[in-house]
Ligand binder design. Structure first.
Ligand code: NAP
Length: 335
């Protein structure tokens, strides 16, 4: 499937193709619905169990939208909501139960966990076959060696954006800004397996602007609003902006939206705005760019659903042919 290009003349003479994550989400949801129906015909209903500890409003919203996505796709879902005082031992017992439950294909531990809990121990207790967040060292190891496994959702979603927009990866110079375990590192590995030449940057990288200027593909995952200036971007480069930063400072908003009067006006009315790690002016230089919001954001839940279906297929339905290609090193142009 080729996602239709949206190339617009916007308020500041926009030139880049907009890589619309919501359209890709809709396409993948369509494919997943078909796959869920095929699995259902063999008596298998992919199921996701979410563990939400305590009462964190942001986490509650995230979990609610993940459960809603399961319902939309005809998948099973369950919510286990221990009190904020839950201990590591209690959470390990919950994870053990879910590991044993045959109807649970994916286990999602909503982060952050309260301070008294050993988060790493809880995440590592999840059966790697049900680790739909792709955080388990076994799945990270599989990713390093290019073997099939469950891949972290956000970087897997970035790869889908590149692939479904037919952006050439093989031989491209790719620069990944950020080296976290959940975004930067897996992203760099996925790009490498897809035969890009990858440079990973972090807070100690020297001459960051010069490194970015050599990139055909830039993936920004730093968590710094509009940090990557438009003149760092090579003309025609593809920009995947993972950053989701809420800006509340008026001077910062003026710096970011100086060429976007409508966005500035909206900021003034609301008192805040969501921006990526790449300055919005980059839309005038890049060949293709993900918007924030509406680019990488919708892909994270999408790939969580894709991973849950994949986990069901790998664990329970090995013999059933797959219908979609989303979500793994092998499907990302890799080995
Ligand atoms: P993180 O764990 O805080 O990692 C940030 C990375 O950026 C680190 O590797 C850090 O380098 C690097 N960095 C920070 N300042 C830098 C600088 N001045 N120059 C170069 N590198 C710098 O963040 P994360 O979890 O990977 O998330 C990154 C961003 O993506 C955040 O905005 C987050 O909200 C967003 N995100 C979005 C989604 C989504 O669904 N759209 C999902 C996940 C994350 P060091 O390693 O040297 O400290």
């Amino acid at each position: 499937m080729r996602v239709h290009e949206k190339k617009e003349k916007g308020e500041c003479g926009m030139t880049a193709r907009i890589l619309d994550g919501t359209k890709i989400r809709d396409a993948i949801f369509g494919e997943l619905k078909d796959e869920v129906a095929i699995l259902a015909s063999t008596g298998i209903r992919p199921g996701l169990a979410a563990v939400l500890v305590g009462k964190n409003p942001a986490s509650e919203i995230y979990v609610k939208s993940k459960i809603a996505a399961c319902q939309q796709l005809g998948m099973g879902s369950g919510l286990i909501a221990p009190a904020a005082s839950a201990s590591t031992a209690e959470l390990l017992a919950i994870v053990e139960d879910l590991n044993r439950d045959n109807d649970t294909d994916g286990i999602l531990i909503q982060l952050p966990l309260p301070g008294q809990v050993d988060t790493k121990r809880v995440l590592e207790a999840v059966d790697p076959a049900k680790d739909v967040d792709g955080f388990h060292p076994v799945n990270l190891g599989r990713l390093v060696s290019g073997r099939p496994g469950l891949v972290a959702c956000t970087p897997a979603g970035c790869m889908e954006i590149l692939r479904r927009n037919e952006i050439a990866i093989e031989g491209a110079n790719a620069v990944v800004l950020g080296r976290s375990d959940i975004v930067g590192k897996p992203m760099a590995l996925l790009l490498m397996h897809a035969n890009a030449t990858v440079t990973i940057c972090h807070s100690k990288t020297k001459d960051l602007a010069e490194v970015v200027r050599r990139a055909d593909i830039v993936v920004a995952a730093m968590g710094k609003a509009g940090f990557v200036e438009a003149d760092w971007i090579r003309a025609g480069a593809a920009v995947i902006d993972v950053g989701t930063n809420r800006v509340t400072d008026a001077r910062e908003a003026e710096r970011l939206f100086r060429n976007f009067p409508a966005r500035l006006e909206k900021f003034r009315a609301k008192g805040n705005a969501l921006v990526g790690d790449v300055h919005p002016d980059a839309v005038n230089v890049a060949g293709a760019i993900t918007p924030v919001p509406g680019g990488v954001g919708p892909m994270t839940i999408t790939m969580l659903m894709s991973n849950t279906v994949k986990a069901a297929r790998m664990r329970r339905a090995k013999a059933i042919p797959r219908t979609i290609s989303a979500g793994g090193p092998a499907s990302s142009g890799g080995r």
